[in-house]
Design a protein. Structure first.
Length: 154
């Protein structure tokens, strides 16, 4: 287990400054809902957290497999539900990996492990919102799937 803490301070309007382990960033609402658009919204930060968490998993797993990646990009899209609370309807991820001598089965294994066992952020979000993904290696689609953390417990 790991203990985490975050402090946030209201900066006026809809803005908040967050402090985590000495790192600071700003979150704000969009202009059309009373914010000043000084930073991403909390939901946008959560979407970025999904990408970074699963990306870290994939990079770590492939490194342990002694795979040399040139790049590993993870992109996400979602729409939010109407009404309150407004949550992610469905999160769609695209993994874009590049490298020489990387086997598609290595990449798919790393992504599948992240989306069924390791990615804690995705596991939390997947309880409320379905998550699906596509995987591309050197510009070609090599696979797709859905986040399924129940199957990873077996």
């Amino acid at each position: 287990m790991s203990h985490m803490e975050c402090q946030t301070k209201w900066t006026g309007g809809m803005g908040f400054s967050a402090q985590i382990r000495g790192h600071q960033f700003v979150m704000d609402a969009k202009n059309d809902v009373g914010g000043k658009d000084q930073g991403p919204t909390p939901k946008e930060v959560l979407l970025a957290s999904i990408c970074a968490c699963t990306g870290m998993d994939v990079a770590s797993i492939l490194t342990k497999m002694r795979v040399h990646m040139e790049s590993c990009d993870v992109n996400a899209q979602t729409d939010t539900t109407a009404g309150y609370p407004s949550i992610f309807q469905k999160v769609t991820l695209q993994y874009q990996l590049r490298g020489v001598d990387i086997k598609p089965e290595q990449v798919m294994k790393a992504v599948t492990l992240s989306m069924t066992k390791y990615c804690g952020v995705s596991a939390m979000v997947a309880k409320a919102s379905p998550m699906e993904y596509e995987v591309f290696l050197n510009g070609e689609k090599i696979g797709a799937g859905v986040a399924d953390f129940e199957s990873g417990k077996k």
